[in-house]
Design a protein around this ligand. Structure first.
Ligand SMILES: [Mg+2]
Length: 444
């Protein structure tokens, strides 16, 4: 296979057409075939429709987006190589894609070089990143090993979870008090009040966390709360007879899962949601992995949440900061873009199939995410030991086995200043002040 000549076709594009709906133009600007049906009438009308009559959701690209949101692996290869290929060629396609988006494990030494004398700030998505994607979203549990890895990372690096779920739900799943939490795609951010280093304090409200500690809440979509609750109740009602459909309330957004719905019924789900949203021009739809996400039309996303947290915690103006964001979903692309712009940090896409992305590196699945997080801690511990003892003989960098010596040759832009700017290498490698502040680091 000629890798270069087929590279573009190997990439999983966001295959649904980019149209007004998918760009967040609210439904009031889309063509409407009828005005304001009552929900009960609407259910009857939808139920009697035959396939082929779901013109709204076909013309606005929803069905295409739904079908492409989580396609089977073999279909991806067929669609993006222009020829039908055997399933084992998937590895070839993936390796070709990794030329553009190298494994963060294989590139670990390079990432650490860039992180020298900087504070790494870690941002993590939850579903599909820390937990596997499962049929029942209520059972998307992270493993004990993953929880331990995240806990250790949070001990050594400022760490935040940014999820589409409600903040309370993701806390319930993660159960680590060491983290910062942002739910509802970043529309519900909580962090300790005393850690707000900069930014406009008046935009936050005071509250208490699960331990009764004073926290700041930032909820830019708070005015939408009654509307979201109303839409949630309506969507639950109108989808109750669709086998496998599941509607979740994430506080400032609502998810309609169709992963377990027969594909023949997907147009019904789409049309029902579409008809409800016609009544709410201030809400919009985005497409996740076999889920329709109903969200307020506000200029806020996971990328904005990353910027907000960096600024609030005092990192945004600090050149000695390297943010790393790990996520698997389309909504994570907003965060990748923020880090990509100005070479501020690294986005890492979690994907087992080739996809177009604004990330810089890739990891295949949550198990590789865990390995990467463990490597961060291991490297950090190594620095501490060397810094404390000062007597160790020179050693090969940890994770040297991860280094893909050819990756830099394949990606000449890595050598041309596209990486986030690095501090001079003659600076002290060890952050001695953090050790003074954190005596517990001596123990391990
Ligand atoms: Mg995800």
């Amino acid at each position: 296979m000629d890798v270069k000549s087929t590279k573009a076709s190997l990439v999983l594009a966001d295959s649904a057409p980019i149209n007004k709906s998918r760009l967040g133009i609210h439904s009031s600007l889309l063509p409407c075939s009828q005005a304001g049906p009552t929900f009960s009438n609407n259910i009857l009308a939808i139920s009697s429709k035959k396939p082929g009559k779901f013109d709204d959701v076909r013309s606005n690209g929803w069905l295409d987006a739904m079908r492409s949101s989580s396609p089977p692996r073999e279909n991806i290869l067929k669609n993006f190589t222009s020829v039908e290929v055997a399933s084992h060629d998937g590895d070839i396609a993936y390796r070709a894609w990794m030329i553009k988006y190298p494994s963060a494990l294989n590139s670990f030494r390079q990432i650490m070089e860039c992180a020298k004398n900087r504070t790494i700030v870690v941002f993590l998505d939850y579903d599909g990143t820390l937990s596997p994607i499962v049929d029942d979203p209520d059972r998307a549990f992270m493993s004990a090993d993953m929880r331990f890895a995240v806990k250790r990372v949070a001990k050594y690096f400022p760490t935040a979870i940014i999820s589409g779920r409600s903040r309370d739900k993701v806390y319930e799943l993660v159960r680590l008090k060491e983290l910062y939490y942002a739910g509802s795609h970043g529309m519900d951010i909580m962090f300790p009040a005393e850690e707000m280093a900069s930014g406009d304090r008046s935009i936050c409200t005071k509250s208490t966390d699960h331990q009764g500690k004073e926290v700041n809440l930032f909820q830019p979509a708070s005015e939408f709360l009654p509307m979201i609750n109303e839409v949630f109740r309506t969507l639950v009602e109108i989808t109750k007879n669709i086998k496998g459909a599941k509607v979740e309330n994430h506080k400032f957004c609502v998810s309609v899962h169709y992963r377990n719905v027969d594909e023949n019924s997907w147009p019904i789900v789409a049309q029902l949601v579409y008809d409800v949203l016609k009544e709410y021009p201030r809400l919009r739809i985005t497409h996740g992995r076999k889920v329709l996400e109903v969200r307020p039309v506000i200029d806020w996303d996971k990328g904005k949440a990353v910027e907000f947290l960096l600024e609030s915690l005092g990192f945004s103006t600090n050149q000695d900061v390297l943010p790393i964001y790990i996520g698997d979903d389309r909504t994570d692309e907003d965060a990748f873009k923020v880090l990509q712009s100005g070479n501020r940090g690294y986005g890492i896409l979690v994907s087992a199939v080739p996809k177009e992305t604004n990330a810089f590196f890739s990891l295949r699945d949550p198990s590789e995410v865990k390995e990467f997080l463990e490597s961060l801690v291991e490297k950090r511990m190594k620095r501490i030991v060397i810094g404390l003892e000062g007597k160790l003989p020179p050693q090969k960098p940890l994770n040297s086995n991860y280094v893909d010596s050819t990756s830099e040759e394949r990606r000449p832009e890595l050598l041309e200043g596209k990486l986030p700017p690095q501090k001079p290498l003659n600076s002290n490698y060890v952050d001695s002040t953090s050790e003074e502040r954190r005596p517990e680091l001596y123990v391990e």
